[in-house]
Design a protein around this ligand. Structure first.
Ligand code: DGJ
Length: 733
């Protein structure tokens, strides 16, 4: 362990380090924890980052150190800062003390170093499989007057450029209750400099587009107040050097392992230092910490890359793929599925679906997923959510009868559910009108004609778990798509007193996690796919329960290029799904070739979302070829390393196997031009000494040639053209 975390007792410096990164902080005057450094590994630290003191106007000092006017919490880079005691920058936590004051200052009390990585109670988190994979430093800090303490958790993995952080608050049993008004997972203070901040904003059907901005003075917050991760702002940001690109420059990723309201704030202070604070969104949040109670924050994953964004993404990809996603599908290839949503919407019955199943079988597809509309009496989106019982009008002989048919055709059977929601036109609502989130005396707002169940309540979760268990216990369901089609308003729970309504949204998220933990543990053979009107809840916390998630309701290949590009900044390609749908596309009206639609969708977990039976013979042949092709390249896509090469009017990305013996390159050209440039794409991540054969043309290239000289892209007289190149090393040793 001491090879990963050391404490220099004389200098009072903690050093977390592995081959790639160092993270350093010190116990400063008054026991305040001062952040020193996070970045490329250093073997040993000799004190060169000691806080340079300076007496500055309007920068207050620590009580009891009147003569130390050069030491100010307002300019000191810190590990965890509070409000109320002269640090006027963004706090990591805010505590309303029993006397109503908003003040606290946490100072060092003790620390311990433990092997491995403790689990976080009730919350998703990155994990280890053996204690030797990581070590965890737990520093306990105390607010002396209130005796409230916080354990700051820092885990460093042996072979990953990541630090996992979280905080656990304890209120001693003999102290009065206090209220947490903000409880961030991590704070990261950066030295003065010019930085860019990268974020992933979007919208429904237009998620996670990479946004880059210069960090200027003031505070910018990337947040969701929608009760869930949201399409509008993902809970990841990166701070980079001004000139960082995909392959060069420093990048610091900050990713929250959480699916509720989040806020990631970036503040540039008066002397050009930058502070990042990431955690549960404090807006609307409060948590009563009773005497003797604890509060655990979600986890934040901090990644450092010295070599640009691809290396940062690769650290996230391998961590999420190997140590966040759980269950048997973690290491298993994901089936190619066909989903009936865009094929039929709500207008289906068993007879109408069978031809899709039959054609899927013929084309080599491995799973049929029955989407929304199979339950209650749901012919549109206004009814039946909450009644997870088959609609006998559509399946007169029951759902099992149809699932058996699908199985007999050799396909797996998957089913859509939206368990967090309730329609007013449902038996569940008629029996339990109090189950939904609604404020007494106010009419709750419908969205997509539906309402949100109060998952903070155990009996509500038990009802849903019971209904889903009744379905899953029958043993014919191989896959569940867990959807959520509105954001959360009317936040109020009947089980909490007025003063504690600020807890509801976090309690909702904890309730959701408890429900997912129960069901995914009980049904380990099921493949779980997350969804929230497309990619509204793609986050690392959800990936702990759902090995894959539907990326976007926008299935247009051209739109998907930007969406999948942004998504890949954090999430590995085997955690997000992409389907070929019809052309012209249902969302954008755009025409795109089957090759274009196929190459985009094959770059993730692949599937179809159209009426296969309506395809022409030629199209069916093409689909069969795509399916066969994907089966051959699936290990490379789902478990290889992704490298983003280009984005803009030309996109290019590639996948390379760990041993560099196989690589796939996809290129996409969007709008054509009367005088097109001769466009060269250069690959990356190959072994320069290996010879690679293009499996289509049989032509052989050196890895060095493919990376340094590159490939001219064929000129085509059309918009939205694409190429796929599959290389195999001919001298694999
Ligand atoms: C939103 C999802 O993203 C779609 O794929 C589909 O399942 C619909 N909901 C069904 O209501």
């Amino acid at each position: 362990m001491s090879d990963l975390i050391t404490f220099d007792a004389a200098a009072k410096v903690f050093h977390l380090h592995n081959q790639e990164i160092s993270y350093l902080f010190a116990i400063e005057d008054g026991g305040v924890l001062s952040h020193l450094y996070f970045g490329q590994a250093v073997a040993a630290y000799h004190g060169e980052r000691r806080y340079p003191r300076k007496d500055r106007g309007f920068a207050g000092n620590l009580p009891g150190t009147e003569r130390e006017r050069g030491f100010s919490l307002d300019t000191l880079p810190q590990e965890i800062s509070s409000r109320g005691e002269a640090d006027f920058r963004t706090p990591a936590f805010v505590i309303r003390q029993a006397n109503g004051a908003q003040a606290s200052r946490f100072v060092y009390a003790r620390h311990q170093i433990v092997p491995g990585k403790p689990a976080l109670p009730g919350l998703p988190a990155a994990y280890v499989e053996s204690p030797d994979e990581a070590a965890t430093l737990i520093v306990t800090v105390v607010d002396q007057p209130s005796q409230l303490s916080a354990d700051l958790y820092y885990t460093i993995y042996r072979d990953r450029a990541v630090i996992a952080r979280s905080v656990r608050f304890h209120n001693p049993a003999d102290q009065p209750a206090v209220t947490l008004e903000q409880a961030a997972s991590a704070q990261l203070d950066f030295p003065a400099g010019q930085y860019q901040v990268l974020s992933l904003p979007g919208a429904h059907a237009n998620e996670r587009h990479l946004q880059k901005e210069t960090v200027g003075y003031g505070i910018k917050t990337f947040a969701s107040g929608r009760g869930t991760t949201s399409h509008q702002m993902n809970n990841f940001i990166a701070l980079t050097a001004a000139d960082t690109d995909e392959f060069h420059g420093a990048a610091y990723g900050i990713d929250l392992v959480y699916s509720g309201n989040h806020a990631l704030s970036v503040e540039k202070d008066q002397i050009d230092q930058v502070r990042v604070v990431a955690g549960i969104n404090p807006v609307g949040f409060s948590w009563e910490l009773a005497s003797g109670a604890e509060f655990q924050t979600p986890e934040a994953l901090l990644v450092y890359s010295a070599n640009g964004l691809n290396a940062m993404s690769q650290t996230y990809h391998s961590l999420i793929r190997e140590r966040v996603v759980r269950g048997r599908y973690r290491d298993q290839e994901r089936p190619i599925l066909v989903n009936n949503w865009e094929a039929t919407y709500f207008d289906f019955n068993e007879d109408k679906l069978r031809p899709i199943v039959d054609t899927a079988k013929k084309l080599g597809i491995e799973m049929f997923v029955l989407d929304d509309g199979w339950f209650g009496h749901r012919d549109d989106d206004t009814t039946s959510l909450g009644d997870w019982v088959v609609d006998r009008r559509k399946f007169p002989l029951g759902l099992k009868h149809f699932a058996d048919y699908v199985h007999r055709q050799g396909l797996q059977f998957g089913l859509w559910v939206e368990p967090e929601m309730i329609s007013k036109d449902s038996d569940l609502y008629r029996a339990h009108p109090d189950y939904l989130l609604a404020i007494p005396g106010r009419e709750p707002s419908p969205s997509r004609s539906q309402y949100v169940l109060d998952l903070s309540r155990q009996e509500v979760r038990a009802n849903i778990a019971g209904q889903l268990s009744d379905l899953l216990d029958q043993g014919y369901i191989d896959y569940i798509k867990w959807d959520m089609n509105r954001h959360i308003s009317d936040v109020y729970s009947h089980t909490l007193p007025a003063a504690r309504q600020g807890e509801v949204l976090h309690r909702y998220t904890l309730g959701l996690y408890a429900l997912l933990e129960e069901l995914t543990t009980k049904y380990p053979a099921v493949l779980w796919e997350g969804c929230s009107g497309g990619g509204g809840r793609i986050d690392t916390g959800f990936a702990y329960y759902m090995p894959q998630s539907w990326t976007s309701d926008n299935t247009d290949a051209v739109s998907r290029l930007g969406i999948q590009y942004g998504t890949s900044l954090v999430y590995p390609p085997n955690t997000f799904t992409a389907h070929v749908s019809v052309s012209p596309n249902e969302q954008t009206g755009r025409h795109a070739s089957l090759a274009m639609r196929g190459n985009v969708a094959m770059s993730a977990v692949f599937g179809y979302e159209l009426d296969l039976a309506k395809l022409t013979k030629t199209e069916q042949k093409q689909v069969a070829a795509q399916v066969a092709e994907y089966k051959a390249i699936r290990p490379l896509i789902q478990f290889g390393q992704l490298l983003r090469l280009e984005s803009g009017n030309d996109y290019a990305w590639m996948f390379v196997s760990a041993d560099q013996t196989e690589a796939l390159l996809y290129t996409f050209h969007l709008l054509n031009n009367g005088q097109p440039a001769f466009h060269i794409v250069k690959m990356a991540g190959l072994d320069p000494a290996k010879q690679y054969m293009d499996t289509a043309s049989q032509q052989v290239f050196g890895g060095d040639e493919l990376m340094h000289i590159g490939l001219y892209q064929p000129l085509q007289q059309q918009d939205f053209s694409t190429q796929q190149y599959h290389f195999k090393a001919i001298n694999p040793g």
